[in-house]
Structure formats: structure tokens, C-alpha cells
Design a binder for this molecule. Structure first.
Ligand SMILES: *Cc1c(COP(=O)(O)O)cnc(C)c1O
Length: 407
């Protein structure tokens, strides 16, 4: 039975294209409707004309529309577009980036197993490992993101089933040597999962560097408009895809069709938006560099950054999110800086059109590379505005902070 099969929706042009801008713009389109965009298909019930087809519907679990929970045509269209961008076998869409991370880990871990997690991962990921995985009897250890092959290999145990990392690291922006760590993990028989939210496949394709499962919070750049929660998991093989799809289905996680539609639409402009985010980030950083209250900028695309050489080797670009370490005394006058911002806004999340700035607090439990202790860390997201306006806003904020410090 191929009645609701995914197959006809594959965009033949997408399959042939290899350049990111083309892949992003191409998306996936519906098989025969003539519409250039997928439709928003809202459904729980899917009807079957014969008892035979109904009884065998689960044969189509992995790639057909059989029940709303497991995805409608809109979900599969987004999955198709993400898989093409990632250069992966297939993608599974989840209700949030956090769900993609937790379900990705749950796919490969069971009681008695051990997982190696980079010390610099997203705070909620670490909380999930400590508060959910550990009580389930899964042993978690945190490794130094700057580990090389020699220091990383001894961290493996016979029970190590998975390695999880994020590069650059959340808040502190350490770059991991992904190909090297992924090859060690492969030798040891462990599955690798990478949170690639920061770079997106436009700037880094994890599967091409030996990673098994590439994870993204589509809430950020893929959607790009700060109005959606969604996550993606893209796998390197059929076997991995089926395991992930099983887990997401068994746990009853479902991405809404409206959200899938919006992210599919967002991806069309992903390449062009990231170019602008990158350019604006660089302009802001150049300006910040000259400010007396700025100690350092944490951004791997700076030649002075410790991660620069590996970033340059592996990544095609850098996105709009970076860290700034201010002089320690700035902490006491943070309100003068943050409370009267103009174009910059304050709020969680990032990856949308808007510029954001927030004080950053890396998890105090970090073992290897804690928060910078020599200053006050802030996190900046360069949005799509004209950088001259953003710099004017920063000028005012630094002037207010300087005045507050001299009082
Ligand atoms: C935001 C974020 C997440 C979580 O994604 P949600 O869609 O907010 O659940 C995971 N990883 C990184 C790096 C993020 O920035």
C-alpha cells in the first residue's frame, strides 16, 4: 500500500541540487496539486477504503500518513526539506528542539548504559541528563569539549552507547573537533548525536563529519521568525531513522502541521538570512572590540579565538550568536545597560529576525570549562536590522554603563 506514500513528494530538483541556497529555496512540494508550497494538512483520522488496507496500515509507519500523531503530508514535506539540507537519509520532526534532544537520547540509551556528554551543552540538555537519565539508571559523564583523541578515548567504557555534543558550546562557544571525536566514537561502537542549532546545515553539516544524528531546534534559525517551537532529528541511515521515528512515535510526540508549515516556509530564506546574520555579527564584533569595557568576544570566526583553526577547517560560516565578556565591575551596573535598550530586546531564544541581548549564566555545574570568571558574560544575537542602528543602540548602552560606573 503506497496510497499516502512519501515518495511522490520528493522534489527531484532538490535531489540533484548540492548547493545550500538552492536546497534551502527548493524545499519539498506536493506531488500533483500544482501548488508550489505544501498544504497545511490538519488531521487525526486517516480513512481507509478497505479492511485490508486498514489492518495493514502500520506497515506504512515510517513513510506514510497513517495517523495524525505520526505526521501528515505537511510534516513529511518539512522532513524532506530538512533531510535534503542536512544531506541525511531522513528527518523526524518533533514538537520542540528540547523534545528532539531528549527523544534522540532516549532512542539510544537504556538502564545500565553510559553516555558521554560535552560539558558545554545547552543547559536544559544537561538538566535532562542529570534529572531524568541518571534516575533511570543511565550513567552520564561530561567530557571536556576541547578534548583531543588522546584525552577523549579513555573516557569510554564498555557500556558507553552514545556521545552527545554541541559545537560551538552553549554560552561559551567552544568549538569541538567533531570529525575526530566522531571517529573515536565510531571505533568504540557508540552513536554520536550533535545539536547543530547554532550553525544550521548552511554552515555545518554534521553527517558529513561522521555524526550519526544531527539535531536542531527549528525554533531558532530554521523558522527564523520567533513564532514557532519545533525540533528536527536527521539520521545518517535507514536503521537510525527507523529507531528515532519509533521512539518519537512511542513517546507520543507530535509536531503540529501549522508549525511544520511555518518552518518549511522559513527554510526557503535560511541561506540568505544567515548571510546577513553573519555580516551583522561581524560588524557588531568589530565595534565591540574597541570598547574599553569589553574584555573578549567569544565567536569562533575570530582569528584570535581558540576554536578558530578547527572552525575554519570544518565550518562554512558563523551565525549571529556570540558571547561578550565585559569587565567584572559591569555586573553591578547591568541594569544601566539592559533596561533601556532600543533596537536590541531582552528575551530567551534567538535565531529570529530580531537582535537580542541577555546576561548569560552557564550552568555552575560545568566541570571543565566553567563560565568566564574574569568578567560579566552577555549573549548577543545579531538580528537582521541595519547594523548602524544596532551600533548606535550599543553606543548608548555603553555610555549609560560608563556613566553608572563613574557614579
Ligand atoms: C533553544 C535551544 C534548544 C532548545 O530548543 P527549543 O526549541 O527551545 O526546545 C536546544 N539547543 C540549543 C543550542 C538551543 O539554543
Amino acid at each position: 500500500m503506497k496510497r499516502n506514500s512519501l515518495e511522490p513528494s520528493v522534489n527531484r530538483n532538490t535531489q540533484r541540487a548540492s548547493r545550500m541556497a538552492t536546497l534551502a529555496a527548493a524545499g519539498a512540494h506536493p506531488p500533483s496539486s500544482g501548488l508550489i508550497n505544501p498544504s497545511v494538512e490538519r488531521a487525526s483520522t486517516i480513512l481507509y477504503p478497505t479492511v485490508d488496507e486498514y489492518m495493514n496500515r502500520h506497515d506504512g509507519f515510517y513513510d506514510e500518513v497513517i495517523y495524525g500523531l505520526y505526521g501528515t503530508g505537511t510534516t513529511f514535506a518539512l522532513a524532506e526539506s530538512v533531510a535534503a539540507l542536512e544531506g541525511g537519509h531522513r528527518s523526524v520532526i518533533t514538537s520542540s528542539g528540547s523534545a528532539a534532544i531528549t527523544l534522540g537520547l532516549m532512542t539510544f540509551l537504556k538502564s545500565g548504559d553510559h553516555v558521554l556528554v560535552a560539558d558545554c551543552v545547552y543547559g536544559s540538555t544537561r538538566r535532562f541528563c542529570d534529572k531524568v537519565l541518571r534516575p533511570l539508571g543511565i550513567d552520564v559523564s561530561y567530557f571536556d569539549p576541547l578534548a583531543d583523541k588522546e584525552t577523549f578515548a579513555p573516557a569510554f567504557r564498555t557500556q558507553t552507547r552514545a556521545v552527545y555534543f554541541e559545537s560551538p558550546g552553549s554560552q561559551t562557544f567552544e568549538i569541538i573537533d567533531v570529525p575526530r571525536l566522531a571517529s573515536v566514537a565510531r571505533e568504540k561502537g557508540a552513536v554520536t548525536l550533535m545539536d547543530n542549532t547554532w550553525a544550521t546545515p548552511v554552515f555545518f553539516r554534521p553527517l558529513e563529519h561522521g555524526v550519526d544524528v544531527s539535531i536542531a531546534s527549528a525554533t531558532k534559525y530554521l523558522s527564523g521568525h520567533s513564532d514557532v517551537m519545533l525540533g528536527t532529528l536527521t539520521t545518517a541511515s535507514v536503521e537510525l531513522y527507523e529507531r528515532v521515528k519509533d521512539t518519537v512515535g512511542r513517546w507520543g510526540n507530535c509536531a503540529g502541521p501549522d508549525e511544520c508549515y511555518l518552518v518549511h516556509r522559513g527554510i526557503r530564506t535560511l541561506d540568505v538570512r544567515l548571510e546577513r546574520h553573519q555580516r551583522n555579527a561581524m560588524k557588531l564584533i568589530e565595534w565591540l572590540h574597541d570598547q574599553p569595557l569589553v574584555k573578549r568576544v567569544l565567536y569562533p570566526a575570530l582569528s584570535s579565538d581558540p576554536g578558530y583553526a578547527v572552525w575554519k577547517r570544518d565550518f562554512k560560516g558563523a551565525s549571529g550568536l556570540f558571547g561578550v565578556v565585559l569587565s567584572p565591575e559591569c555586573r553591578s551596573v547591568a541594569a544601566s545597560f539592559f533596561d533601556h535598550l532600543g533596537h536590541f530586546r531582552m528575551g530567551s531564544s534567538w535565531g529570529g529576525f530580531e537582535s537580542l541581548m541577555v546576561p548569560a549564566w552557564p550552568r555552575p555545574e560545568r566541570l571543565h570549562r566553567p563560565a568566564p570568571e574574569d568578567g560579566f558574560l552577555i549573549r548577543v544575537h545579531a538580528g537582521l536590522e541595519d547594523p548602524a542602528d544596532l551600533i548606535a543602540d550599543l553606543e548608548d548602552a555603553f555610555a549609560r554603563m560608563t556613566a553608572a560606573l563613574s557614579r
